[in-house]
Ligand binder design. Structure first.
Ligand code: 0L1
Ligand code: MG
Length: 244
C-alpha cells in the first residue's frame, strides 16, 4: 500500500500533467480520515511551491448530487490563491484533465470566520481520475475535484435563498437552477464548513473565501467558450476558455 504522501504526489502529478490516474481505491479501501490526510498532503505540496490558502469549498451540497453519489453529508476541500482566476479572465482547458464548470455562490469570511459578503462565483472542477469516476474517499483525497474558481463582485450579505441561477455558454443558457439547491439555503454553508473543518483539520481564515456549492450540475468545458454565471440579485461572473 502506498503512503499518504505517495498518494498525494500521484494526484499532484496528474494535476500538473493533465493525465488521469486510476482511482486510489482500486488498490484497496481508504478511510475518510486517510482520504483527508491525502488531501492535506496535496495542499502541503502546493504550499511548498509558494501557493497560499485562499479558502475552502464544499461539495455534494445539492440533494441530487448527494443522492447520485449515495452520500448523506457534504465534503470539504481547500482553495489556494493559484486556483483563483480574475473575473473575466481565461482558463486553459489543455492544462486540465476533463474540466467542468458549475455556477456557485461564494462568501467572504470576516476576522472571526463570520460571513461578511456574498458574490456570484464559478467553480471549475476537474477530477484527476479516469472518466471522472471515483468513490467518496477518492474524491476527498483529490481535494474534492477543485481546479479553479472565479469570483464576481462582492455585495453586502442579505437573504440568498431562492435566487435564480443561470449558467451561459456564449450567451446561451446551458443550465438553470436556484440557490435553494445549495443546502436548501447557501447560508447553511457556514455551519457545514465549520463542522467539517473541525472534523478534518481545515482552517477558516479571516478574509478567505467559502465556496458554498453548485446550483446546477457541472457542464463540460471546451476551448473558446465565454462562460457566464448569473445569480439574480447578485450579478454575474465570467471566464473565457482557451486551448493552451
Ligand atoms: O464542487 C463540487 O461539488 C465537486 C465535488 C466533487 C464531485 C465532483 O467532482 O463532481
Ligand atoms: Mg463546486
Amino acid at each position: 500500500m502506498t503512503t499518504v504522501e505517495e498518494r498525494a504526489e500521484l494526484l499532484d502529478r496528474a494535476t500538473a500533467t493533465g493525465q488521469a490516474i486510476p482511482q486510489l481505491t482500486s488498490d484497496g479501501p481508504m478511510s475518510l480520515e486517510t482520504a483527508y490526510a491525502v488531501q492535506h498532503a496535496g495542499i502541503a505540496l502546493r504550499e511548498r511551491r509558494g501557493e497560499r490558502l485562499a479558502g475552502v469549498k464544499l461539495g455534494f451540497t445539492s440533494k441530487a448530487k448527494a443522492e447520485q453519489m449515495g452520500v448523506s453529508d457534504v465534503i470539504i476541500g481547500s482553495l489556494t490563491d493559484r486556483m483563483r482566476i480574475e473575473d473575466g479572465g481565461t482558463f486553459a482547458v489543455r492544462h486540465g484533465v476533463h474540466p467542468r464548470i458549475e455556477p456557485e455562490v461564494a462568501f467572504r469570511l470576516g476576522p472571526d470566520a463570520e460571513l461578511v459578503a456574498v458574490a456570484p462565483a464559478l467553480e471549475i472542477i476537474d477530477s484527476r481520475y479516469r472518466d471522472f469516476r471515483f468513490s467518496l474517499a477518492d474524491v476527498v483525497a483529490d481535494n474534492t475535484s477543485a481546479s479553479a474558481f472565479v469570483l464576481g463582485p462582492w455585495t453586502q450579505l442579505d437573504r440568498v435563498d431562492a435566487l435564480a441561477v443561470d449558467l451561459l455558454f456564449d450567451g446561451e443558457i446551458v443550465a438553470s437552477g436556484s440557490t435553494t439547491d445549495i443546502l436548501g439555503d447557501p447560508l447553511r454553508a457556514l455551519p457545514a464548513a465549520q463542522r467539517m473543518a473541525a472534523a478534518y483539520g481545515h482552517r477558516l481564515l479571516g478574509g478567505s473565501v467559502l465556496l458554498a456549492g453548485a446550483a446546477t450540475a457541472a457542464v463540460a468545458l471546451k476551448a473558446g467558450t465565454q462562460v457566464e454565471a448569473r445569480v439574480a440579485g447578485l450579478g454575474s461572473v465570467s471566464v473565457r476558455t482557451k486551448e493552451d
